[in-house]
Design a protein around this ligand. Structure first.
Ligand code: NDP
Length: 449
């Protein structure tokens, strides 16, 4: 196994996030490989860590002043053994092939856990929509789709949103796809409700995250009621994580963006959350404005001299990282433990470093890895695909009930797999093992292709 990881690192030394994601899975599935000679003979690890395909393309676009810019577009199809590639598009300045490969790799196991028929993929661009006009974003999305449309389709690859890609971007991308292909199909999920979107899709990742946390608490005879929570991010996942925590009786005291964070001792209530949604989704403003609007809150800008994030040092019961990868390091994990946190549920993908995860697990916190806790988003994307195929729209209560049931079943699957392979109560091991076994069995059934 070490040799496999070494080879991956030698091949693409700069893809650090990909190495990190692979190492976590490989470590977890060791007991599975130890018990199964066929997996080793069939080189399942080597196969599962090499993308089936990688598409890299130029995206030229023109700004409002007539200046031409060039960005890079990516789409990685990691595994299609369980269904068409499925996974979001991320538009953020930090995007590179290593980040897209890590996200696509995580997506394979996440999608497997949902029990829906979806393979794993991911894509995006180093284009940053922040500060761009609607017209600039539209021109970029159209140019991006002018290449991507050749590689996707409702039975091939079905992208969705991620950081920097919300309803606005999905609309522009879909419009160009439809024009180029001359067909109206469910090729993207996260569409607006009026033209093929699913009820509860915008809420699904955040709601699912909290449903999963509630399941974990239930194993200790506890509920979300009265729990003090720290949430990072202020985008899609963070907003609906907050909404569900409030609905279940918890309180939320922090929110952040890449410039800084707010701490509100009185709590982010329903009215303040409505303001955050307007601020972030419509005005596209900064979280610092929250403290101007609600003077009881304190805003702390990011301090590059610090090696830890003070957001995680506040006293709380539960933490929900919902911004980006590696936002909780070892020092932050120490602060979480010292601050009384007993549960961490990852709304973001891989927000916790290896070192931090070890500290949290050693201190026996309830720890939910993103591939389990944030699977609600792609699960409802799968339900959106099903509704599109039938040309039907299910009622809100039905989609929400299915989401809740899927999160409950992922929770049980993780616990059962962890127990079977000797790591009872370890959701990281459970999620990796359960996701892995289903994918590699399908891979072997389908022969050496
Ligand atoms: P959004 O773009 O809606 O929000 C992202 C939030 O995270 C913003 O507040 C953003 O701040 C902040 N952020 C982004 N990059 C950084 C950074 N480098 N440092 C600090 N803050 C940062 O994205 P989503 O809410 O959709 O996604 C958040 C996370 O959840 C990601 O890890 C994503 O992969 C994961 N996820 C999303 C799903 C979905 O359905 N949307 C599904 C499953 C996982 P700023 O505005 O300053 O950039």
């Amino acid at each position: 196994m070490d040799a496999i990881i070494d080879r991956i690192k030698e091949k693409d030394p700069e893809q650090r996030e990909f190495h990190q994601a692979v190492e976590e899975v490989v470590k977890s599935v060791k007991p599975v490989l130890d018990r199964n000679l066929e997996y080793r003979q069939q080189s399942v690890l080597q196969r599962i860590t090499e993308p089936e395909r990688v598409i890299l393309f130029r995206v030229p676009w023109m700004d409002d002043e007539g200046q031409v810019h060039v960005n890079r577009g990516f789409r990685v199809g990691m595994s299609s053994v369980l269904g068409p590639y499925k996974g979001g598009l991320r538009f953020h300045a930090s995007v590179n092939l290593g980040i897209i490969k890590f996200l696509a790799f995580e997506q394979v196991f996440k999608n497997s856990l949902t029990t829906l028929a979806m393979g794993g993929g991911k894509g995006g661009s180093d284009f940053d929509p922040k500060g761009k006009s609607d017209n600039e974003v539209m021109r970029f999305c159209q140019s991006f789709m002018c290449e991507l449309f050749r590689h996707i389709g409702p039975n091939t690859d079905v992208p969705a949103g991620d950081i920097g890609v919300g309803a606005r971007e999905i609309g522009y991308l879909f419009g160009m796809y439809k024009k180029l292909k001359n067909e109206f199909t469910g090729v993207l999920t996260g569409k607006s409700l009026g033209w093929g979107g699913s009820l509860v899709r915008p809420e699904a990742t955040g709601y699912g995250n909290v449903y999963f946390a509630a399941e974990m608490l239930a194993t200790k005879g506890e509920t979300m009621t009265g729990k003090r929570c720290l949430v990072s991010g202020s985008g899609n996942v963070a907003q609906f994580t907050v909404e569900k925590i409030l609905e279940l009786g918890g309180t939320v005291h922090t929110l952040s963006d890449s410039s800084g964070y707010i701490y509100d001792e009185r709590g982010v209530d329903v009215e303040k959350l409505a303001y955050v949604k307007m601020l972030k989704n419509i005005r596209r403003g900064r979280i610092s404005e929250y403290a101007a609007m609600y003077p009881e809150a304190v805003y702390t800008p990011v301090n590059p001299a610090l090696t830890s994030n003070p957001l995680w040092a506040h006293r709380a019961d539960c933490a929900f990282p919902c911004a980006t990868q590696n936002e909780i390091n070892g020092e932050d994990a120490g602060h979480l433990v010292a601050g009384g946190v007993r549960l961490v549920s990852e709304g973001a993908n891989m927000p916790t470093t290896h070192g931090a995860m070890e500290i949290l697990l050693d201190n026996r916190l309830l720890f939910a890895p993103g591939k389990a806790a944030n699977a609600g988003g792609v699960a409802v994307s799968g339900l959106e695909m099903a509704q599109n195929s039938m040309r039907l729209s299910w009622p809100r209560a039905e989609v929400d009930a299915r989401l809740k049931q899927i999160m409950k079943s992922i929770h049980k699957t993780c616990l059962d797999a962890a127990e079977e392979y000797g790591s009872p109560g370890n959701y990281v091991a459970g999620a990796n093992i359960a996701g892995f076994v289903k994918v590699v069995n399908a891979m072997l059934d389908q022969g050496l292709v």
